[in-house]
Design a protein around this ligand. Structure first.
Ligand SMILES: NC(=O)c1ccc[n+]([C@@H]2O[C@H](COP(=O)([O-])OP(=O)(O)OC[C@H]3O[C@@H](n4cnc5c(N)ncnc54)[C@H](O)[C@@H]3O)[C@@H](O)[C@H]2O)c1
Length: 335
């Protein structure tokens, strides 16, 4: 079936809509993966095995890596009888007419590093991609994964002028739910709620949204404190990186679910970071947002004052650090 994708971009304060016209009846969707290292491979595998794409392009700068990964995937698909069209390539020219482009290209954190330490190196990669990808991929939805992910999404969008979302705090949200579920011994499906703000150390648990069996967290906490939950959400990725060399399975499955919600038009509320204009710059901050063939609206407006105040503070803090990094980057690339 023929399909078209189109972008309608409308940045109005925090209310953003991206409309992606995908005919989901037979999932004729082409998805490109830029950077197929640890996280890129895991997301690509999950996307294919969830049957979300009819065509997949795997791109990386490491010679032969995408091609050999293509073989691996084909072997896995053979045992399941899947016929997704997969192409592994070292040529960016092959990344064309994609509906969704996920960007994992960039350095990962080493133990002890913060995500923000990666800013300049990874921003240079995003600027390069921002110039090269849009001409061949009209109307694509860009999903930034490389860290510091919210800032990389803002950089990519600044230089490409293409609608870009960041995976933001979808990952923190699931870390928060899983920890409460484990500690209170309740099924994770009974824990709801969101984490918002910047992905990483400055993420904010939106406590007004956190419910266990439909009851507010305070009523059911049984000695589990908010501080303990917040500490877990912020410290666990560093601990996983220290022992396992990187976070992979958790984020990849969650990020695949963002793709799933777009492709199948599920309209799931997810704490992705969408663009907003703040002091004249595009910045990305996570808030619970409806994710489907349309991105938006966000649920920011219905949050109570206490949570909105913390979010506003996080926007201010994010902007300050982003602007410092951006100014430094602009100096570096001028030289
Ligand atoms: N958003 C999240 O929740 C989340 C979770 C995990 C990792 N990450 C981030 O994703 C990024 C990748 O992590 P990883 O563990 O897969 O690292 P990795 O080193 O295993 O993979 C990165 C890949 O990017 C490739 N690459 C580098 N420059 C490129 C370019 N210009 N074009 C195409 N490919 C290029 C590398 O060759 C490598 O294969 C890191 O920045 C990491 O911090 C984000």
């Amino acid at each position: 079936m023929e399909y078209k994708s189109r972008t309608i971009m409308n940045i109005e304060k925090s209310l953003i809509y991206f409309r992606m016209h995908i005919y989901t009846c037979d999932n004729m969707v082409k998805i490109a993966f830029i950077g197929v290292g640890k996280i890129g491979q895991t997301i690509a595998y999950s996307v294919i095995f969830d049957g979300l794409a009819s065509e997949v392009i795997l791109y990386d700068i490491i010679p032969e890596l995408p091609e050999k990964f293509e073989h691996e995937l084909r072997h896995a698909m053979a045992t399941r009888g899947l016929s997704t069209e997969v192409i592994g390539t070292n040529s960016l020219d092959d990344v064309a007419n994609a509906d969704i482009i996920l960007i994992m290209a960039g350095k990962p954190r080493k133990p002890g590093m913060s995500r923000r330490d990666l800013f300049v190196d990874n921003a240079k990669i995003q600027i390069d991609l921002a110039k090269q990808l849009p001409p061949k991929n009209p109307g694509a939805l860009y999903i930034m994964v490389a860290n510091p992910v919210d800032m990389m999404a803002s950089i990519f969008m600044r230089f490409s002028k293409q609608f870009t979302i960041s995976t933001g705090d979808t990952v923190e949200t699931m870390r928060m739910r899983s920890y409460i579920s484990k500690k209170l011994k309740v099924p994770v499906t009974k824990v709801t709620g969101y984490v918002a703000g910047e992905h990483g150390e400055d993420a904010v648990v939106l406590w007004s949204t956190v419910k266990v069996n439909g009851k507010p967290f305070e009523e059911i906490a049984k000695g589990l404190t908010k501080e303990e939950v917040e500490n877990y959400v912020k410290s666990i990725p560093g601990e996983i990186i220290r022992v396992m060399g990187g976070t992979t399975w958790g984020p990849a499955t969650i990020i695949k679910d963002i793709v799933r919600s777009v492709v199948l038009n599920e309209g799931r509320v997810m704490s992705i970071a969408t663009p907003r204009t703040y002091q004249g710059e595009i910045i990305h901050i996570s808030v619970p947002t409806v994710v489907g063939a349309e991105i938006g609206p966000s649920l920011e407006g219905v949050l109570p004052e206490s949570d909105r105040e913390r979010l506003n503070k996080s926007v201010e803090d994010f902007y300050k650090v982003y602007k410092e990094n951006l100014d430094h980057l602009l100096q570096v690339i001028k030289q």
